[in-house]
Design a protein around this ligand. Structure first.
Ligand code: FES
Ligand code: FES
Length: 212
């Protein structure tokens, strides 16, 4: 009979638990706390949540302006352009967003009778202003003379630039810059037409200005 003892695992006496260090305590409580928040176990006080939401919300303002003869009062993010207000809030999509950077004139509208690029105009600055868009030019079924002139002169192809061209042309005529074809071209030069309809656009402005 063997005198060898069967293999027995060496056991060491149980070690006393190591007290948590400051680092492990913070790591543990952060993980547990984060999990509780993620799981919705810890409710954020409503007042604090409202405060945080208010702090995150972009500053907004209330503005009243008249658009095509109709008084409109809206609350807008202070960064909202007139173009976005017209297209996205007031459902007036005639003014087009071409470059959104003041380079093409597709967004041209009249503000207090002056031509402006609505993509570069902040809506909050227009308290009390009178805005006229392409939708506001016709009188019922009767087209504005320049709208009719664009049809008569076939002054468009794709039509994307046309609302801006027509509103700008109205401004050009009212400003009195229609003394010659060259003068019209100069004062309409902020409105680009990728289809190259410039000759016919100039003729349409001439026609509406009463020179043809
Ligand atoms: Fe405003 Fe081009 S969209 S100038
Ligand atoms: Fe097409 Fe002017 S008609 S961009």
């Amino acid at each position: 009979m063997s005198t060898e003892r069967p293999f027995q695992a060496e056991t060491s006496p149980a070690e006393p638990p190591t007290p948590p260090t400051r680092r492990t305590f913070i790591a543990t409580t952060t993980v547990v706390g984060g999990a509780a928040l993620a799981g919705g176990l810890v409710a954020v006080p409503p007042a604090l949540a409202a405060e945080e939401a208010a702090a995150e919300a972009p500053p907004s303002s209330r503005v009243s302006l008249t658009v095509n003869g109709v008084r409109r009062t809206v609350t807008v993010d202070n960064r909202t352009s007139l173009l976005d207000l017209l297209r996205e809030r007031l459902d007036l999509t005639g003014s087009k967003k071409g470059c959104n950077a003041g380079a093409c004139g597709a967004c041209t509208v009249l503000v207090d009778g002056q031509r402006v690029n609505s993509c570069l105009t902040l809506a909050v600055r227009l308290e009390g202003a009178e805005v006229t868009t392409i939708e506001g030019l016709a009188k019922g079924d009767r087209l504005h003379p320049l709208q009719q002139a664009f049809i008569d002169q076939d002054a468009f192809q794709c039509g994307f630039c046309t609302p801006g061209q027509i509103v700008s042309g109205v401004g050009c005529i009212e400003e009195g810059h229609t003394g010659s074809a060259e003068e019209i071209r100069e004062w309409m030069s902020g409105n680009l037409c990728r289809c190259g309809c410039y000759v016919k656009i100039e003729r349409a402005v001439e026609q509406a200005a009463g020179r043809k």
